[in-house]
Design a protein around this ligand. Structure first.
Ligand code: ADP
Length: 661
């Protein structure tokens, strides 16, 4: 048969990625898809990791927030302290300047001509607003107190034309300012008044310039050490620029508890939400991964070749079967170059461009061949698009299957089936042979009788010829040759007889009568089909009888074959098999729609060698009846009321049979 080949390969693309470079799929876990928030195995492990990670993040963020909030609080406290220190510094500087102004004013008093009482009153009025001025002295040879609210330490008077600060030997917050003949005693304790420090929560320390001796600490208790702010300045006066230190001490860290609690709570809630989100995402991702691995596993395990393509027709996944069928197929290669199909005779050629661009599942035409080098491999399969959620094209899947091996397998199975049927038939024939031995004896005696009678008469004729005076040698020879021929014939008959096997004892086992009938219908299926016989088989599944399965099948086969011979003579062909209970027996009836049994046949139905058929032996029914009787049953034949012959085989029910029979 010539072949018209429609060749439709397309341009080939260079191989890109080797198949071996595909990342190996990790092993699957035996975990079912997890429900919401529930995990097992790796899911649980992933979630525990998520929880730890989220906790760590939360602690970090909470600490960071704590640091920011406390830094802000500290900066605010510091700013407030700096402001207070500035305010107090200015206040004290002003007060110092005022006392210096008082000194200048006193030094400039016209003491000449002024009565001492008058001077005292004047000075008292002048210093009254300044509590830090605890005494005013007028010095000539000695110093005389004009005003004194406290005892004055010893300090020698040194006349001076410019203002000086005098420090008594006795250390303390009291010192003197001297100008001309006036000396003003200042007590720093009164400079810093209680009310000032109540309003401004600071500690003030004033030092003596030069030796940096502490003159004053107000208030005396410095407070705690948890948080300390300090600022060092100088009093802003020209005469008394004493170093001054402002300090603020906190015994406990001033935590911004409300903000901190708020921050911790909000971040904890956010972290909890994130952890749940991450866990859910991890579980979903894991489930997706497992699903993908399962799909990959299925593709890999398939014995059909599966090739996954991207929308442009590039190979993105190949299973081992496809690699074998489309040998030399590589990832990243264009399928249109790699798979070369060839249509065979009487096949419309495929339009390759249309085929590879299909939007619908499309099978390969029947009998399509795939070119593998010089080899042509018969394949079947198809191409189907892969679509996404929104109907977008994700790629295509090509499936190919070699049908050559498939056909071979089917043929092998078919021939195995045929072999079994043949063996079955041979077995039945075998049984038939040894079972007919008894029946054959009578026939064989008849058969042998003929050659023996002929031998006797030829022998007697020969003897008579030899008894003559001049025996006719030629006729004697003819008689002896005839004797030899007849003896040969008898010998042949005996040889055939020897070929019959020895009879084995009948076995009684539980036989499913319905199944035995079904086996025979299967055996004769070809003939039934050829003749177009309509079969009506009412065969229950529970008709157990006692007997030899092979013998029972032999009887049924004889009945069905006879029915088929009868049906071959009529146009309407119908065969009915039914099984009915009858007391302690099951009765199988085989009825056909053939011409039925003639009167003569009815009379000699079960007699051996009675046959109507030109090539018949006339042994089937007699053998079958003998077998049935041997099994404790009965075989009967008759014409059915509606026409045709009906044979009934009655066999003992398995539960009622006599095992000793
Ligand atoms: P064979 O089939 O070799 O003739 P059988 O003993 O099986 O020997 O059958 C004897 C005869 O009985 C057949 O020749 C046939 O005339 C007749 N017979 C048997 N079964 C049927 C039947 N179903 N319908 C008509 N005649 C039948």
């Amino acid at each position: 048969m010539s072949q018209v080949a429609h060749h439709w390969s397309l341009t080939s693309a260079a191989a890109a990625t080797e198949p071996g470079s595909a990342r190996p799929a990790p092993a699957l876990t035996g975990c079912a898809l997890p429900g919401r928030g529930v995990g097992c195995g790796r899911y649980a492990g992933g979630m525990a990791w998520n929880r730890r990670w989220t906790l760590l993040c939360w602690v970090t963020v909470a600490l960071l927030g704590t640091w920011v909030l406390t830094s802000e609080r500290r900066a605010a406290l510091r700013a407030s302290f700096d402001l207070d220190a500035r305010v107090l510094h200015r206040l004290l500087s002003q007060r110092m300047e005022q006392q210096e102004t008082v000194l200048y004013a006193l030094a400039a008093l016209p003491t000449q001509g002024m009565q001492p009482d008058q001077l005292t009153a004047y000075v008292r009025a002048l210093v009254r607003p300044y509590p830090q001025i605890v005494a005013v002295e007028f010095c000539a040879e000695v110093c005389r107190a004009l005003v004194a609210t406290q005892a004055r330490p010893d300090l020698p008077y040194v006349p001076t034309r410019r203002p000086v600060v005098g420090w008594p030997a006795q250390r303390g917050p009291t010192y003197a300012l001297t100008l001309e003949r006036m000396r003003v005693w200042i007590n720093l304790e009164r400079l810093v008044q209680g009310g000032d420090l109540a309003r401004l929560p600071l500690t003030v320390q004033i030092y003596r310039p030069g030796d940096h001796q502490r003159l004053l600490t107000r208030p005396p208790e410095p407070g705690g050490n948890a948080l300390v702010f300090t600022v060092d300045k100088q009093l802003g006066t020209t005469l008394e620029p004493f170093p001054i230190r402002f300090e603020q001490r906190h015994s406990a860290w001033p935590w911004p508890w409300r903000q901190l609690l708020g921050w911790w709570l909000v971040t904890a809630l956010l972290a909890w939400g994130a952890a749940r989100l991450l866990s859910a995402r991890a579980v979903a991702a894991q489930a997706l991964l497992d699903e993908r691995r399962r799909a990959q596993g299925i593709v890999q395990a398939s014995t059909d070749g599966i090739v996954v393509l991207d929308p442009q027709g590039t190979v993105v996944q190949v299973n081992p079967a496809a690699r074998r069928i489309l040998s030399g197929l590589h990832l990243g290669e264009s399928i249109r170059g790699a798979a070369q199909f060839q249509a065979t005779l009487a096949q419309a050629p495929l339009d390759a461009a249309d085929f590879w661009a299909t939007q619908e599942p499309q099978p390969l035409p029947e009998g399509m061949a795939l070119l593998r080098g010089t080899e042509r491999v018969l394949v079947e399969g198809g191409l189907a698009p892969l679509t996404g959620d929104r109907g977008q094209l994700l790629g295509r899947v090509l499936t190919v299957r070699e049908i050559g091996p498939l056909q071979q397998r089917m043929l092998a199975q078919l021939s195995a089936g045929e072999r079994r049927v043949r063996e079955h038939e041979q077995l039945l024939a075998h049984v038939s042979r040894f079972s007919t031995l008894g029946e054959m004896s009578a026939g064989l005696a008849h058969e042998l009788n003929q050659p023996l009678t002929a031998i006797v008469s030829y022998g007697q004729g020969g003897l008579r010829l030899l008894a003559q005076e001049h025996p006719d040698r030629e006729r004697v020879q003819q008689a002896v040759q005839a004797m030899v021929r007849q003896a040969q014939r008898a010998s042949d008959i005996i040889t055939r007889l020897r070929a019959l096997v020895r009879r084995s004892p009948t076995q009684r086992v539980k036989v499913d009568l319905g199944q035995a009938a079904r086996n025979i219908l299967t055996l004769c299926q070809a003939d039934l089909g050829r003749l177009g016989v309509e079969v009506d088989a009412q065969l229950p599944a529970d008709a157990p009888v006692a007997g030899d399965p092979v013998q029972i099948e032999q009887i049924i086969l004889n009945l069905v074959r006879n029915a088929l011979d009868a049906l071959a003579q009529v146009p309407q062909r119908r065969l009915t098999l039914r099984i009915d209970p009858d007391g302690a027996h099951w009765v199988l009836s085989v009825q056909d729609s053939g011409p039925g049994l003639s009167g003569a046949t009815l009379t000699h139905l079960f007699q051996p060698f009675h046959t109507d058929k030109p090539d018949g032996l006339g042994l089937g029914l007699s053998l079958s009846q003998t077998l049935a009787q041997g099994l404790g049953g009965e075989l009967r034949g008759d014409n059915a009321p509606g026409g045709g012959a009906r044979f009934t085989l009655s066999l003992p029910h398995w539960e009622h049979h006599d095992p000793t029979a």
